[in-house]
Structure formats: structure tokens, C-alpha cells
Design a protein around this ligand. Sequence first.
Ligand code: FAD
Ligand code: SF4
Length: 530
Amino acid sequence: MTPPKHPQPLRHLVLVLGDQLDRKSAAFDDFDPALDLLWMCEAAEESTHVWSSQQRIVIFLAAMRHFAAALREEGLPLQYEALSAEGGAASLQAALALALQQHRPQAMVLVQPGDWRVQQALRAAVAEAGVALHEREDRHFLCSSAQFGSHARGRKQLRMEFFYREMRRRHHVLMEAGEQGKKDSATPSGGEWNYDADNRGAFGAKGPGFVPATPRFAPDAITQEVIALVQTRFASHPGSVNRFGWPVTRAQALRVLHSFISERLEHFGRWQDAMWPGEPWLYHAHIGSALNLKLLDPREVIQAAETAYRERGAPLAAVEGFIRQVLGWREYVRGIYWLKMPGYLELNALNAQQPLPAWYWTGRTDMHCLQDAINQTLEHGYAHHIQRLMVTGLYALLLGVEPRQVHGWYLSVYVDAVEWVELPNVLGMSQFADGGVMASKPYAATGKYIERMGGHCRTCRYRPAERVGERACPFTTLYWDFLSRHQAVLAKNPRMALQVKNLARVAPAELQAIGKRASAIRRGEVGAQA
Ligand code: FAD
Ligand code: SF4
């Protein structure tokens, strides 16, 4: 790569991280090419601190290199530290320390990183160099950490629904003006805040039928170079990149967004929770990675969905359901992350100690739903929300896997995985390791839930309704075992009362048989592919 022209003496060294690829970010606010230098770095540690999948490494590096190329085309001074088959930066902290030593800037500018570990490492490098640090708010988000802190203050319990309503009012999204057009008496469009009850459809025996395809992008020269690098340097990492097609530029990300808004949004609400074998994409938006890399702005995403409702008559339940994910859940989990870190990472409310089964990394399980979810994850770096929550997440919860291991897996395998969003979803929502900060009860269910939401059970060797015996579905056995192991804690949760009451109806001999089979599952005697 051409050596950058370094302004001398340097006023600001301006860091752009791999998940901050937004030309409008605060990093660029007062950027002066005559005085400042941009700095980007591919550090090996970012792909190895968890065993990152090849898909995830490629998307980050390819998006970074495309963003860097656009900055150079604009003529902005940029120092880009690239990884090579053997060389390159070991860690961000070490590389930054070297850059600070080399340039001796008056100040270092950066936008708040998306993960606590990186923030601490960068702060340490800057402090060590004795350079002033200007850490700026990440304007990508609609709710700052301080605003979320105010929302949380004084509340005994945090619940997404109340936060979401506050966000709808504050940003006037899907709201109708009240009396004489007054914003403060505005009401939610359609009269209800939430149409979740309409968002739980299942496909039935015939499956989804026609699903409009999401644009995929053949790797260009830059991405091909990254793919070759990853296949050499990270050859032992999970998954494959043979069919890599994710958006790695803003223009590509916009195409994915527009295809979703015009072709799939209207079906999103109804089929949001549905699954089907061999159908990885369904009616979801597939924009998580583009949003988290900051190639898309959540405001434009929300606005595009609201416009589809107001101008094209897209169904309100679908539009509200989608906006709730982006304006509600996405902002809420970020708020929880920064409110609770670093302690959040250590939480293990249910004292789960089981190791993660090895087949999570290969898909070699005989449980059809898990096999399908894991195989598509390894092939594409993607699974939709219900697969993450109610298949891979549910199994780890019921088995009692140590939450940090579950976290390590999710952070490794998804193209949209960045810790601020992955951790609360995994530790809080799916593993209940935070004891109820994120979710009011554990998402515990039997195999019958998976049977209802998709077609996997029909071709599985197990039977979702059976809880004991050779053919018993491991989810179902483990569900009753989970209730039994945690009944003292769960009985105190009013939302679990019915489930715990049902446990009392199971005969002691059957409960013993459930416990025995659950132990066999835990020992790995059931579930792994022969
Ligand atoms: P869609 O279903 O089309 O939803 C649209 C957008 O809404 C998503 O792109 C995302 O930005 C946002 N969204 C939806 N649900 C959530 C949520 N619960 N939290 C935050 N944003 C949400 N999302 C990530 O971005 N990164 C992760 O690493 C991640 N890990 C998860 C782990 C578990 C165990 C669970 C249960 C959920 C996780 N999610 C994560 C949330 C959600 O599953 C993904 O955002 C979604 O599947 C991405 O695919 P999509 O773009 O097709 O989403
Ligand atoms: Fe999954 Fe159980 Fe259904 Fe098999 S029977 S697909 S393991 S839920």
C-alpha cells in the first residue's frame, strides 16, 4: 500500500475501528488533513481473543479495507496497518503504542469503542504514551449511555417495553400527533404500542413457499485478497468463506436494506419467529452486520420502514415489529451493556458449569434443529433471532453450559457479533445468567416449541413430545430436568409459576428417569453425531 503523507507536526491521531466505518462519525468532526492523521489497524488479536469464524474475520477486514480505500480516494491522510499471511500487528494496544511513539500527536481522537475490552486497551496505550485522549460519543446510536443511565436510575427493574415507548415518544417514531398537533400528547400509530401477538406465525406443513432473495455480493479484488489471507492465516478457524456474499460497503448495505423494505418487510412481522429446514434467510432483514459495522445508520433504517407504512401501506404489525427490534431492542441491549460492564461478563446466576459440546463448532449433532442452525451459521455466519434464542441458546441454557463459553461461541461465529450487542443477548436474554436484568424469565421450552415453529422435528430421530426413553427429544428431557434443578429459584418468579406447577404433576419415578437421561445427555452420550 502507498505510504501515507503524514502531516507534521501532528495535531490529532484519529483512530477508526473496524466497527466504526461511518464517514459521518464524530471521529471526522474537526478532521483537518493538513494537521491530522487517520489511523486504522487490523490486529490479529481481534480474530483470536475468541476463535473467530472465517466469515466474521472476512467481513470485518474486507469492510475495513473498502472503507480505507474510499478515504484514500478522498485524499485523506491515512496510516493503515494491514495483516499479512505472517506479519502485522499482534494487538491494537501494542500497535497503537507504537503509532503514538512514532507520531507524538498532541491528542488522540477516538469514538467510544463497541466493547469494553478494546476501550480499556486503547485507553491504556494512550495513558502510557502520555497523550491527551478525546474519546467521543458514538452518535450512531439514538440513545447515549448517559440517557440510558437516566432511564435506568431509580427503576427497580429494567424492561425493554418501557424503554421502547420512551424512544418512540422521544424520536417521534410511529406516533400520531395529539390534540392540535401537539407532540407531547401524541399516541402510537394504530392505537397500540406493540403488535407482538401478531408476530408469532408458523408456516404449517407446507413451509414458507416463495421467499424473495436478499442481494449477495460476489467478492471483488479487495475481498478476494482478504479471503485468501483468512484461508491462510486463520485456516484452522471455524466455518468456511467459500460462499461469502455479505455487504462490505455502504452502497451494498443500502441495496440489502432497500430489498428488505420493498420485498420482505410486509412478511417480517408474521414470520418473525418461524423456522424452516434449509431456509437460512426467510423474511428477515439481514442488516445486522451492516448496522454494527456502521455502514447503515439506524435512523435511515427506521425511517425507511416507517415510510413503507405511511406511503405504501405496509402492514403496521410488520413495521412496528421491525422498528421495535432496531429502535427498541438494539438500543436497549447497548444501554444494558454499558450500564453493567465489566461485571456483567462474570455473571452466572444459575451457576451453570457444563462445557459447551464440541459439536457447536462443527454441526455434527443428530438433533436436526441444532444441526441446521449450526451448519448455516458456519456456512454464512448467520442464523435468525429465534434460531439463536430458541435453538442454540435454549439448548445451552437447558444443558447448563457455563455462560462465558456460550458467549465465546456467539461472539466467534456471527458476522454481526460485536460484544456490546452479543453479550446482553447471550448472557442475559438467552442464558438468564444475569438473573433477570434483560429478561423477566428464562426462555425455557421443550422440543414442542421448536416443532410448532418449524419443520425440523418431522425428519429428526427424536420425538419432541417424549421426555424419557431412547427417542425422547433432548430439549424436552433437559427442559424438565432444568425445572427440577432450578425449581427453588424459579418458584419465586411469578412468570414461571405455571411451569413450576406443572413439574409437581410429574411422577417421582418419571422425574428420576428424566434426571438419568439428562445426565447421559450431559456426558455426551446423546446428541453427538456418530
Ligand atoms: P432482523 O430479525 O431482520 O432484525 C432487524 C434488526 O433488528 C437486526 O439487524 C438488529 O440490528 C436488530 N435486532 C433484532 N433483535 C435484536 C436484539 N435482540 N438485540 C439487538 N438488536 C436486535 N444481534 C447482533 O447484532 N449481534 C449479535 O452478536 C447478536 N447475538 C445474538 C445472540 C443471541 C443469543 C440472540 C438471542 C440474539 C442475538 N442478536 C444479535 C440479535 C438478533 O438475533 C440479530 O440482530 C438478528 O438475528 C440479525 O439478523 P437480521 O439483520 O436479519 O435481523
Ligand atoms: Fe430438535 Fe427435538 Fe425437534 Fe429433533 S425432535 S428437531 S432435537 S426439537
